[in-house]
Write a protein that binds this ligand. Structure first.
Ligand code: MRU
Length: 367
């Protein structure tokens, strides 16, 4: 996607040295575009845990390059056995992180140490390129849903939560890919953007992305979605996800479950867009089995923005002695999900539908 006319991916290899890794620091958006250079696996781990990069597919792609950086420095079996768990420990909920690391481990184990650095860079690049192709396919399938909803003169209003746009993936995004394609196809689409407290991925990332691409949108507070649904101002909800169980339960940014409840009560279709790398074929019950990341209470008790004089500022917004809890994700049960938009098409959020859509992957895990 483009920033002010220049095409970007969210991660790439530095053009001058051909080995270090460039990312867009998402903690600085929308106020500044800063492009740090990552040269060690420790820097990659910090970028993931401190959320300079975030979004399930991008976390996986970044971790893959973290392994490549480690193999460049030391391609031994010991180094490989150390870096994989170190990167896996950075964030617990997004299964794409483990998926990418397992893929790197399997690929590299088949190579002698002397070949591992080149093999690791090639595999990380393949993960990135596949992510772009996968998200484009998700976009095309989701576009059909939006097109079906668009009637002459009728604007299609889509509510989204958090950020599942191009900046959360290598390119295109998952939930936002169909929206970009609909906009580019001339469909009158408008996005209601949940602010997404506490880290505000909605108003700082989704609104920024949509604005840069010229997609009409309105930022709303997290609690307003039900109100807009009751008044017929939402035609569908599309969100991304960090982990989907084999039965279709969906973990996504905290607050997603409440949107699904409101959508069900108001007859609004609730879709989840995902690459198949987000499916955890080993678990069925999302509520009991998906680890939910607990982040620092300071993310709840403070907020960061730009003061009117232009300076970046973090201010406390909760009484000094009040404790805060900060679960980063919640689980939406499959029964509240109208459909899963995948790279192979749209299916019901159920074990038989997912197994029919991905028989190769479901069987592979069972074996
Ligand atoms: O904590 P974050 O910002 O990494 O959470 C991201 C989300 O919840 C996204 O919806 C999800 O990762 C899908 S990204 C395509």
């Amino acid at each position: 996607m483009k920033i002010d006319g220049t095409p970007y991916r969210s991660i790439w290899i530095d053009e001058s040295d051909r080995w270090s890794v460039r990312i867009i620091d998402q903690t600085r958006l929308p106020w500044a575009i800063e492009i740090p250079r990552l040269t060690t696996p420790e820097q990659v781990a910090h970028a993931i845990s401190a959320m300079l990069v975030r979004g399930a597919p991008l976390i996986g792609a970044t971790a893959a390059y973290g392994v490549a950086l480690a193999m460049r420095a030391d391609p031994s079996d010991e180094a490989l056995a150390t870096v994989i768990p170190m990167l896996a420990a950075t964030r617990p909920t997004a299964i794409n992180l483990r998926w990418a690391l397992l893929r790197m481990q399997r690929t590299l184990a088949a190579h002698p140490p002397a070949e591992r650095a080149d093999a690791a860079y090639a595999e990380a690049a393949a993960i990135c390129d596949e992510d772009v192709a996968t998200n484009r396919a998700i976009g095309e399938h989701g576009l059909a849903l939006i097109r079906a909803r668009a009637q002459a003169g009728h604007r299609v209003n889509i509510l989204t939560h958090c950020n599942a746009g191009w900046i959360a993936t290598v390119d295109w995004g998952t939930a936002l890919a169909p929206i970009y394609m609909a906009h580019d196809a001339g469909i009158d689409v408008h996005v209601l953007v949940d602010e997404t407290r506490p880290r505000n991925q909605g108003f700082s990332l989704t609104a920024w992305e949509l604005g840069k691409h010229g997609v009409p949108h309105t930022v709303i507070v997290d609690n307003a979605g039900g109100h807009f649904m009751q008044r017929g101002a939402v035609d569908m909800v599309i969100v991304g996800t960090d982990r989907v169980t084999r039965a279709g339960d969906v973990a996504n940014k905290i607050g997603t479950y409440l949107k699904a409840l409101a959508a069900r009560d108001n007859g609004v279709p609730f879709y989840v867009a995902l690459p198949s790398s987000t499916i955890d074929w080993t678990i069925t019950d999302g509520l009991g089995s998906i680890p939910i990341e607990e982040r620092a209470p300071a993310e709840v008790t403070t907020i960061t923005g730009r003061a009117l004089d232009g300076a970046m500022m973090t201010v406390r917004i909760v009484p000094k002695d009040s404790p805060a809890a900060n679960p980063a994700f919640d689980v939406t049960p499959a029964r509240l999900v109208s459909g899963l938009i995948t790279e192979r098409g749209i299916c019901a959020a159920s074990a038989p539908a997912l197994a029919a859509m991905f028989p190769d992957q479901a069987l592979q895990t069972a074996a």
